[in-house]
Design a protein around this ligand. Structure first.
Ligand code: FAD
Length: 393
């Protein structure tokens, strides 16, 4: 299948740059990530050495502007990166996505020049790992009602509260933290984003969660206890936090879609190989019509998803409104990945259920995509709201 990039009518030099990026990332994944994927899962961590090597390759800055140390390749570049990295290991893609896309993305969207120079440059080069702390024990889907408080005292803000399921929260150097500065103003006006250095007193990593999949990606429970944030670390303006969070997550959902696309392609490849090699009734199982049907359904889903992901990434890079499209990508991509991985496992028969075969891990890693970055139920609500607002499609 030709890459979806080829059909966007982009200038030839842009396509070449992005396809060069794809080849470079693919080679890196084969050499540095694939061989240690299971080991990372067992240890439930991504080695610092791998993070350093990815930083050296510039992977943390693909999405971010050149003036702040990034490659300036926008969401299209990021989509290529995420697709290829996820083929090797979904946890590594989550580490990159949370640092560059969520933490770096929020600072890029809401930050002033000084903040970008101080923090974004370090995130773009991989010197700092970032995280994004929105979810709380009592506020998941209902993120408008976060309970973490931000109270102004002199030239400092004092943060108190707890943040749940923070990807990279256990290893991050810097965090974008959302807190309510004035509940009476509602989410738009009453929530502020803060750039927090995790070495500051009051950032407490209480627990690293045990998960069914993406085990090498750290997911932390954080308690903020009288955490003092200087005024200059208010991201954007006071009261603009929720807008920054939503705009950041819109892009994040396209990035997630790209990860699902990479995961689905990888699952197809292993299923295709297996269907050729495994013999029953004296012939490769790919000769059976039912297996052919499964492989065809997988290819259809992958083709449709690829067309969608690249189109919406292009729309985002061209400044178009992508609120509905990002939600569509998120729901469709996560469902495609589940369907494709499930069929890939079925094609493996009993072997698909055994740890020695990669599809067993893919199946577990896939499941989170219907949940994080806003559940699919909430995305369907967002899609419906845009239909209602417009009075139709
Ligand atoms: C591994 C992992 C990594 C994560 N990383 C991050 C991170 O880096 N930063 C961060 O801030 N968060 C992160 N999250 C949190 C994630 O975004 C939330 O778990 C998610 O938004 C859902 O919130 P919840 O778990 O509280 O579920 P709930 O909101 O309690 O939802 C429970 C169920 O009810 C449904 N539901 C809720 N409201 C409605 C409604 N109005 N209509 C219909 N159905 C509804 C949901 O769709 C879901 O099926 C992560 C979570 C996990 C598991």
């Amino acid at each position: 299948m030709k890459s979806g990039l080829r059909f966007l009518n982009l200038p030839a030099d842009v396509v070449e740059t992005l396809e060069d990026l794809r080849s470079m990332v693919r080679e890196f994944v084969d050499r540095e990530i694939r061989p240690i994927s299971r080991e990372m899962e067992k240890r439930e961590e991504i080695p610092k050495e791998l993070i350093r090597k990815m930083a050296e390759q510039g992977f943390f800055g693909i999405l971010l502007p050149e003036e702040y140390g990034g490659a300036g390749l926008g969401e299209l570049g990021n989509v290529v990166l995420q697709e290829e990295i996820t083929r090797g290991d979904a946890s590594v893609a989550v580490l990159l996505g949370a640092s560059t896309g969520l933490c770096g993305g929020a600072i890029n969207i809401g930050g002033n020049k000084e903040q970008k120079e101080k923090y974004l440059t370090k995130i773009a080069t991989g010197e700092y790992i970032g995280c994004f702390a929105l979810t709380e024990p009592n506020a998941g889907s209902d993120a408008q009602h976060i309970e973490t408080t931000a109270v102004k005292k002199g030239d400092r803000w004092i943060l108190n509260g707890s943040k749940l399921y923070v990807s990279n929260g256990d290893i991050a150097d810097v965090a974008v933290v959302f807190a309510a500065n004035d509940r009476s103003l509602g989410a738009y006006g009453g929530i502020t984003a803060f750039i927090v250095e995790t070495s500051w007193k009051g950032w407490n990593v209480m627990k690293k969660e045990k998960k069914m999949g993406i085990k090498a990606s750290g997911t932390a429970y954080i308690v903020l206890e009288d955490l003092e944030v200087p005024e200059e670390n208010v991201l954007g303006e006071v009261g603009q936090g929720f807008r920054i969070a939503m705009e950041t997550l819109d892009i994040g959902r396209i990035t997630l879609g790209a990860g699902c696309l990479g995961g689905a392609k990888e699952a197809f490849d292993v299923a295709w190989r297996f269907a050729n090699e495994r013999k029953q009734f004296g012939q490769p199982i790919k000769n059976f019509q039912m297996i052919q049907h499964y492989l065809s359904r997988m290819a259809m889903d992958i083709f449709t998803l690829e067309s969608l992901v690249y189109r919406v990434a292009w729309m985002a890079d061209n400044g178009m409104d992508i609120i509905r499209e990002a939600s569509i990508v998120k729901v469709f991509a996560s469902e495609v990945l589940d369907r494709v991985v499930d069929l890939a496992l079925q094609i493996h028969g009993g072997a698909g259920y055994i740890e020695d075969y990669p599809v067993e891990k893919m199946y577990r890693d896939a499941r989170i995509n219907r949940i994080f970055e806003g559940t699919n139920e909430i995305q369907e609500y967002v899609i419906f709201k845009t239909i209602e607002r417009k009075g139709g499609l």
